[in-house]
Design a protein around this ligand. Structure first.
Ligand code: C5P
Length: 234
């Protein structure tokens, strides 16, 4: 039995990289284990994946010394597994891919995007099932972006209207992601690896709530948003 109850052969497996050290957040624990509104980010992210109803199995990649604490804080279901991540994010995702040979589709979803609405997760999965090989949520860029050289001098100003900020979950046909990870390569997101194979990556509208909790300011924002959500339920 799977998270959403299906036993089909087109299984959607979510990979949750949670093995980062979170240096920019400045906490003692790895970022994914920092609590937001009393709940560790990795638990919030996994709860969101389950609530989407679109995921059959979830694999969470954590630092080696955090395996037992991750198992203790994640939902008790045999559809959620914890594996050891790696030194780089791509190493962590590679470990997750290896743990799910049965997957037909992968959703790669950062634990640090802890408040991602389940609806966004379901929309990415629906696009995959409709035949898109690679799907990423995207938001228009609000700041002007400039390229700079090593001395800080501006070298260019790309047209903002053609730029997007990319979120997770990023969805892939499993074979495509396996191929992308078969080579020893590095990128800041998984779609970047798939693009190098020449595959077409489709964007869908992202959601501001899927922001990545990276800095102490992000953490304060996430706390405030969760407080609001809790107050709304009271
Ligand atoms: O560092 P950054 O914010 O880009 O990390 C994005 C996600 O990747 C986080 O959820 C983090 O825990 C995860 N990660 C990982 N393994 C690493 C580095 C980052 O799973 N070695």
């Amino acid at each position: 039995m799977t998270v959403n109850g299906s036993d089909s052969d087109d299984l959607v497996v979510a990979l949750v990289p949670a093995a980062g050290r979170g240096v920019r957040l400045g906490g003692a624990a790895p970022k994914a284990f920092v609590a937001v509104g009393g709940t560790p980010m990795v638990r919030l992210a996994v709860d969101g994946l389950i609530a989407s109803g679109a995921v059959d199995r979830i694999i969470v990649m954590v630092p080696p010394e955090f395996v037992s604490s991750a198992v203790a804080l994640l939902p008790e279901t045999n559809s959620v597994d914890v594996v050891v991540g790696g030194a780089e994010r791509t190493d962590s995702v590679r470990a997750g891919i290896a743990a799910a040979p049965e997957a037909a589709y992968f959703l790669v979803h950062d634990a640090a995007r802890a408040l991602t609405p389940p609806d966004l997760i379901a929309r990415v999965a629906a696009e995959l099932r409709a035949g898109r090989p690679a799907v990423v949520p995207a938001l228009p860029v609000v700041d002007t972006i400039k390229s700079v050289d090593e001395f800080g001098a501006v070298t260019g100003t790309p047209d903002r209207s053609g730029l997007r900020a990319i979120q997770t979950p990023q969805g892939f046909a499993a074979e495509l992601l396996r191929s992308a990870y078969a080579t020893d390569t590095n990128a800041t997101d998984d779609a970047g690896l798939v693009e190098r194979l020449g595959a077409r990556v489709h964007t869908i509208p992202g959601d501001p709530m899927a922001f990545k909790i990276t800095t102490p300011l992000d953490l304060r924002l996430a706390h405030a948003l969760l407080d609001e959500r809790t107050a709304g339920l009271a």
